[in-house]
Design a protein around this ligand. Structure first.
Ligand code: NAG
Ligand code: NAG
Ligand code: NAG
Length: 189
C-alpha cells in the first residue's frame, strides 16, 4: 500500500468508527426516556415525593390525548432556550418553545387541516429539561407560548446545566447554573 492509500484507508476507518459510535449512542434507550402517563413511576429521582406528584399532575393535564400519528404530521421544529440567571426551567422552556416557532408563518394552515381551521391543530411538544430543575416546570406558562393548537407535552431528561461563572443575587440566582432546555415541536392534526 502506498502512503496515499494508507491515509485514505485510515480516514475511512475513522469515519466508520465514528458513525458506529454515533449509532450506538443514539440507540441508547436511556436517552430517549420520556415521562408520560405510562411511566410516571420514572419521574426524576432527585425530586422528593411531593414535588414529583405535583410535576406528574401538571404533566397529566397535557396528556389528555394520544401523540399525533406520523401520517398527520406537517412538520417538526427544534429550539433551545436558557435561563442564564435565576435557574428557572419554566423561563428556559418558554424561550426554547418560542425559538422553535418564532420565525415561521404558515398562512395555508387552515386549508391543510381537515374539518376546519386552527381548532383542530395539534402540537406535540417534547421538552428536554435537566433533572435537577424539572420540579419547578410550569407547563401552563409554557403552553401559553403557542397562539393556537391543542398542546400535548412530553418531558425528557436532557437540556444542559452550564456554568454562568457568576451568581447575581439581584437576578434571582441561587447559584451559577445556566439552565438550558431543548424543545421539539411537532405540528399536525
Ligand atoms: C419537596 O419539594 C417541594 C416542592 O418543590 C418543596 O416545597 C419541599 O420543600 C421539598 N421537601 C423536601 C424535604 O425537600
Ligand atoms: C393520561 O392521564 C389523564 C389524567 O389521568 C387521562 O385523562 C388521560 O386519558 C391519560 N392519557 C393517556 C394517553 O393515557
Ligand atoms: C438566556 O437567558 C437570558 C436571561 O437569563 C435571556 O435574556 C436570554 O434571552 C436567554 N437566551 C436564550 C437564547 O434563551
Amino acid at each position: 500500500m502506498n502512503q496515499g492509500m494508507k491515509s485514505s484507508t485510515l480516514l475511512i476507518s475513522t469515519y466508520l468508527l465514528q458513525a458506529t459510535l454515533a449509532f450506538h449512542q443514539t440507540n441508547q434507550p436511556s436517552l430517549r426516556t420520556t415521562y408520560s402517563n405510562k411511566s410516571m413511576s420514572k419521574l426524576p429521582e432527585s425530586a422528593n415525593d411531593s414535588s414529583e406528584s405535583v410535576l406528574a399532575e401538571r404533566l397529566c393535564k397535557y396528556q389528555h390525548r394520544d401523540p399525533i400519528p406520523s401520517s398527520n404530521i406537517f412538520f417538526i421544529e427544534l429550539g433551545f432556550g436558557n435561563d442564564s440567571h435565576g435557574q428557572s426551567s419554566t423561563k428556559a422552556a418558554i424561550r426554547a418553545c418560542r425559538n422553535s416557532i418564532e420565525f415561521n408563518s404558515i398562512p395555508s394552515i387552515q386549508r391543510l387541516i381537515p374539518n376546519g381551521g386552527y381548532d383542530n391543530l395539534k402540537l406535540d411538544v417534547l421538552l428536554a429539561v435537566p433533572k435537577k430543575y424539572q420540579h419547578d416546570l410550569d407547563f401552563d406558562q409554557v403552553a401559553n407560548v403557542f397562539p393556537y393548537g391543542d398542546v400535548r407535552f412530553e418531558l425528557q431528561d436532557g437540556g444542559m446545566i452550564a456554568p454562568s461563572g457568576i451568581a447575581i443575587e439581584r437576578l434571582g440566582d441561587v447559584g451559577d447554573d445556566m439552565v438550558v432546555v431543548c424543545a421539539s415541536v411537532t405540528v399536525g392534526h
